[in-house]
Write a protein that binds this ligand. Structure first.
Ligand code: NAD
Length: 321
């Protein structure tokens, strides 16, 4: 069995490799060659932790496994560890033998950023110039860095409930040599692409604060009850997702579907656009919305890619198991 420790991931995994792995597995999901297993997520009654598993099998890439982990809210204060902790386990689909164990913390941020980037590549207008960020936490930096590589953006605008965190976005914009402006939500109308990545449980962005032609990637809502945008925005938009079952139950579409504003059939897989079986954006006035709920197959895809890179560079630790 091969082990790739968390400390090695930053030097191994690139944004390009994460993008390629996620795009490929979204395509495999849409063509029925890869599927996710039901998600398990439990409050374990110890350290206020939420722990669970996300797994799946990609028959096209022959990737089988799961990500185990969750959220330990006391880690940082008590132990100086980050609160989100996860590990990916890969198995040989021919034999069931354990194949690899890979640190999953940085990979989670990279695969989540890759998902919104894949949506931007396939759904945003080619001439998009202004990117708007809602949220400025840990994930937001990864999201913005990856998104900026998808179009010739000229400006970053941002809103966050806690304005003191906006410097995170300003830093990433500066790295790319772009100006940053803190805005109010009405000024999001200037954005051609909007990414929301918050832990909000209420709608932040109203439908009338999004201009025609905008692509919106809703990335924060990954649990029942969470919400980032007005359900009316999903009525106005063409809605795409990583996985429809998750989108309508734990993703942003859960609210519009529960209120009867849209139906399950109104939510399309982004993978179908990648495969060319769904036309995706068909006009410059259309609002497209990607509901990125986060699927286990994304984790497995980036973990498998990082194992290959680790083997190539002689970094993978081999253990007899
Ligand atoms: P973080 O704690 O670093 O940042 C949280 C962000 O949400 C900050 O911008 C904060 O100001 C904002 N926020 C907090 N409470 C809010 C509220 N009530 N209303 C509006 N904004 C609020 O967290 P993070 O690691 O950046 O994660 C952000 C979100 O992304 C979380 O909800 C997390 O579960 C989700 N996430 C989704 C995926 C996916 O695949 N879709 C993957 C990883 C994380």
């Amino acid at each position: 069995m091969l082990i790739v420790p968390e400390r090695e991931i930053a030097d191994l995994m690139t944004r390009d490799a994460a993008f390629a792995a996620v795009e490929k597995v979204f395509a495999a999901m849409a063509s029925g060659k890869a599927y996710n297993f039901p998600v398990v997520r439990e409050a374990i009654g110890h350290e206020d932790a939420l722990y669970g598993f996300k797994g799946g099998f990609d028959r096209a890439g022959l990737t089988l496994g799961l990500k185990a982990g969750g959220y330990w809210p006391n880690n940082l204060e008590k132990r100086g560890l980050i609160n989100h902790q996860s590990t990916v386990f890969l198995f040989d689909p021919d034999t069931g033998k354990a194949k690899a164990m890979v640190g999953g913390n940085l990979l989670t941020a990279l695969r989540t950023a890759a998902a919104s980037s894949v949506s931007i590549r396939h759904l945003a207008r080619k001439d998009a110039k202004v990117i708007g960020m809602i949220g400025a936490g840990h994930q937001a930096k990864f999201q913005l860095r990856a998104a900026l590589e998808q179009r010739d953006f000229e400006k970053v605008i941002g809103w966050n409930l806690h304005p003191e965190m906006l410097s995170n976005l300003e830093e990433v914009a500066a790295e790319a040599g772009l100006p940053f402006e803190a805005v109010d939500l009405d000024e999001m109308r200037a954005a051609d692409v909007i990414i929301s990545i918050t832990s909000s449980f209420d709608a932040i962005l109203n439908a009338d604060q999004v201009s025609p032609g905008t692509h919106v990637a809703c990335m924060g809502t990954d649990t029942k009850g969470k919400q980032e945008v007005d359900p009316q925005l999903l009525v106005k938009a063409d809605v795409f997702t990583d996985e429809v079952a998750q989108s309508i139950s734990i993703g942003e579409a859960q609210h519009a579907v529960a209120q009867g504003l849209i139906a399950e059939a109104d939510v399309a897989q982004l993978g179908a656009v990648i495969n060319g079986t769904n036309p995706g954006r068909i006009s410059d006035d259309q609002i497209t919305l990607f509901d990125g709920t986060g699927v286990g197959l994304q984790d497995l895809a980036v973990a498998a890619a990082v194992v290959d890179l680790a083997v190539e560079k002689g970094i993978a630790i081999e253990v007899d198991f």
